[in-house]
Ligand binder design. Structure first.
Ligand SMILES: [Fe+2]
Ligand SMILES: [Fe+2]
Length: 388
């Protein structure tokens, strides 16, 4: 298996991981042979990268939670949005109205329970996959991913089950206020006007109002309100700093930024997790709570499974399996020699067992793996993690 930019997938390649549309419906199942029509369909659905099956068969995809759970949670968030932030009221400033359905907030609680229970029941959870989101449904996939990571961070930080539930509710709904801002602003590729930026910066307050109306708890509503606050007081809307920001919102901020940087956005393709991690690490104490950052770094693999890396030997390898306690030293398969020629036989190396070889850089799935040189982005920070 390997993660490849959709535009580079050659027809005839087999799909390595099933693709779903924004409602969670299956578009194409793993194993299907991709033709031009399928590839266009996937691109239309917003899939800018795909897991494809190749000769490296035994790559294990570490799904953080069951795909069924993820789909069910997305469905609950969709339902919540339909009731509490209906489309027809999106553009009306403060004109929020709906027949409040008391059952709906309960179903969000059920979604959160699904997430919390599954995370608590698995012994060790890591984020070791690039979560490919369809652009068109960015915000709900995003919400689920942010909630997922936040709950794991909370677990590492020792939060109680009840606290994890509150944290999960707040993070799952943190961007609900976005539904009150016109779509064209979020999808805009060009530079935003001052007025549009002002509108975007209103989404935390809008979210707060929605969550208060939905009665999902004050602490959850505060996550929506404060998730763009920054540790040094440079965030918005209130410019709160340090412990003035609730702990849940400090957790949400880190996970939110990571997911945003590693997702395709209308104006920018997704960055590699390694780049996002080094940004977060560099801004611990400045933008982010250092305690949260520490927990986060224990959770997210800098070199996700099925992505390419450059080894200290000059060879290129694919990450095959993660070592949970040495995330920066996974098991890899060497696939290309120093001249970027495919090897006839691949060698497996468990980097946690071999000191003489290490990863010196990641390779972004958008980059050409042919003869071009690899862009050495933030090499030092990424390397720092290899020694951790
Ligand atoms: Fe936000
Ligand atoms: Fe967000």
């Amino acid at each position: 298996l390997r993660l490849v930019a959709t535009e580079r997938v050659v027809p005839g390649t087999r799909l390595g991981r099933s693709a779903y549309d924004h409602t969670g419906r299956l578009i194409l199942a793993a194993g299907v042979t991709l033709n031009r029509r399928y590839l266009e369909l996937l691109l239309r659905q917003g899939y800018t990268a795909l897991y494809v099956a190749d000769s490296i068969e035994e790559v294990e995809l570490p799904e953080t939670i069951k795909l069924d759970t993820r789909r069910e949670v997305v469905r609950y968030v969709n339902d919540f949005a339909r009731i509490y932030a209906p489309r027809d009221a999106r553009t009306a400033k403060g004109g929020f109205h709906s027949q409040l359905n008391p059952g709906m907030a309960t179903s969000v609680k059920k979604a959160v329970d699904l997430l919390v229970n599954e995370i608590l029941s698995s012994r060790e959870v890591v984020i070791g996959l690039v979560d490919i989101k369809s652009l068109h449904n960015h915000s709900f996939r995003h919400s689920v991913q942010v909630a997922l990571m936040s709950i794991v961070v909370g677990k590492i930080m020792g939060l109680s089950k009840n606290e994890l539930r509150e944290l999960g509710t707040g993070t799952l709904l943190h961007d609900m206020g976005k539904l009150k801002i016109p779509d064209f602003i979020w999808n805009k590729k060009e530079k935003l006007t001052d007025d549009e930026i002002q509108q975007i910066m209103r989404h935390p307050q809008e979210g707060y109002v929605i969550l208060r109306n939905a009665n999902v708890g004050l602490l959850a509503a505060h996550v929506a309100f404060q998730h763009h606050e920054r540790y040094n007081g440079t965030g918005y809307p209130s410019g709160l700093a340090g412990e003035e920001i609730t702990r849940y919102a400090r957790i949400c901020a880190v996970c939110d930024v990571f997911d945003a940087i590693t997702s395709d956005r209308p104006y920018k393709p997704a960055a590699h997790p390694c780049e996002a991690l080094s940004f977060i690490q560099k801004n611990a104490k400045e933008l982010f709570d250092p305690v949260v950052v520490e927990a986060f770094l224990a959770l997210v693999a800098p070199y996700p499974v099925a992505t390419n890396v450059l080894l200290s030997t000059g060879e290129v390898a694919v990450v095959k399996r993660l070592n949970i306690h040495a995330l920066a030293r996974p098991v890899v398969m060497v696939t290309k020699d120093r001249e970027r020629r495919f090897l006839t036989a691949f060698t497996e190396i468990d980097l946690s067992q071999v000191d003489s070889v290490s990863i010196i850089n990641h390779v972004n799935w958008y980059d050409d793996l042919g003869h071009q040189t690899v862009r050495p982005y933030e090499l030092s920070s990424c390397k720092r993690q290899s020694s951790a």
